[in-house]
Design a protein around this ligand. Structure first.
Ligand SMILES: [Ca+2]
Ligand SMILES: [Ca+2]
Length: 302
């Protein structure tokens, strides 16, 4: 019995000297981590927290005060999160925001003509001449130079607007023709004994047509026929000038209507001036009419 009592006393003394406050305390001494030390203890906090003035409470550290993010910082309990503004993306370091190259990511769908990457955003551009940016900021619309007055046509010329450009056209009437309207010349009466005059066109009419490159061919682009028509009318049409490349052909739709077709694909913008001659056989007489047709092939709209 005596030996046992001595043993207990010794054990108690040892425990008094090396008491572990962290384990012995019924209440929590530290809000997070308690570390026992010889004769005492101290509290510590995990990353993102700092020990408060009372030496036991851990308080959230507002990391954003040290500005760790290149753009936006949001403090969270025990940590923080970086955010980027629109047009930027967070890098792998979790802090740095870098510009998004919208142009290369969108595969050309953002802008109709040209996409230009800028820091934090992007912008669309139009060809330097002939187009302006539409209100949507994405597509380009043709400038109508003839309406805006930015054309350089002379007083005697007509301005004709095209996608991305314009043309100044002159409509001349040959010397034995009268100008009836801006676009029409009519032959004066033939001098007696003239051989050429009766077979020359009684009327020359100008037309302008415009198409985009690479339209599907064959495409009927023009119709011609007498007006009014009479029973028994018969016409013969041909392209008498301007079809050196064989781009055009004619077709008779019925006895008094002919058509001009674009039969060969035009891949590059170019201008044509076609003379389409129609001979009308009516009551035994032949009369010639001439349609002088400007055909403008423009590049596809941007
Ligand atoms: Ca950008
Ligand atoms: Ca134009």
């Amino acid at each position: 019995m005596v030996r046992a009592r001595v043993c207990v006393t010794t054990e108690t003394r040892w425990a008094d000297a090396y008491v572990d406050e962290c384990w012995r305390s019924t209440g929590r001494l530290c809000s997070q981590t308690c570390e026992n030390t010889p004769g005492s203890y101290h509290c510590s906090c995990t990353s993102g927290f700092s020990l408060g003035p009372d030496g036991k409470t851990c308080q959230d550290v507002n990391e954003c005060e040290k500005k760790p993010c290149s753009q936006e910082c949001a403090n969270t309990h025990g940590s923080y999160q970086c955010y980027c503004r629109q047009g930027y993306q967070l890098q792998e370091d979790g802090r740095t925001c870098e510009d998004i190259d919208e142009c290369s990511q969108s595969m050309g769908s953002l802008c109709a003509f040209q996409c230009i990457n800028v820091v934090g955003s992007y912008k669309c551009a139009c060809p330097p001449q002939g187009y302006t940016m539409a209100a949507n900021g994405r597509t380009c619309k043709d400038v109508d130079e003839c309406v805006s007055g930015s054309h350089n046509c002379s007083v005697g010329q007509s301005c004709y607007n095209l996608q991305g450009s314009f043309r100044c056209l002159s409509f001349h009437c040959p010397h034995n023709y009268n100008r009836v309207t801006d676009m029409r010349c009519e032959r004066t009466s033939c001098p007696p004994n003239s051989l050429d005059c009766p077979s020359s066109p009684v009327r020359i009419t100008y037309y302008q047509l415009s198409f985009q490159t690479n339209i599907i061919v064959p495409a009927q682009i023009f119709r011609i026929g007498p007006s009014p028509t009479y029973a028994g009318d018969h016409i013969v049409i041909r392209v008498s000038k301007g079809n050196e490349g064989g781009y055009f052909s004619t077709r008779k739709l019925n006895s008094h209507t002919g058509a001009v077709l674009l039969q060969r694909q035009v891949t590059e913008p170019r201008d044509f001036l076609l003379d389409v001659e129609m001979k009308l056989l009516r009551q035994g007489a032949v009369t010639t009419f001439l349609a002088r047709i400007y055909v403008f092939i423009t590049s596809s709209p941007k």
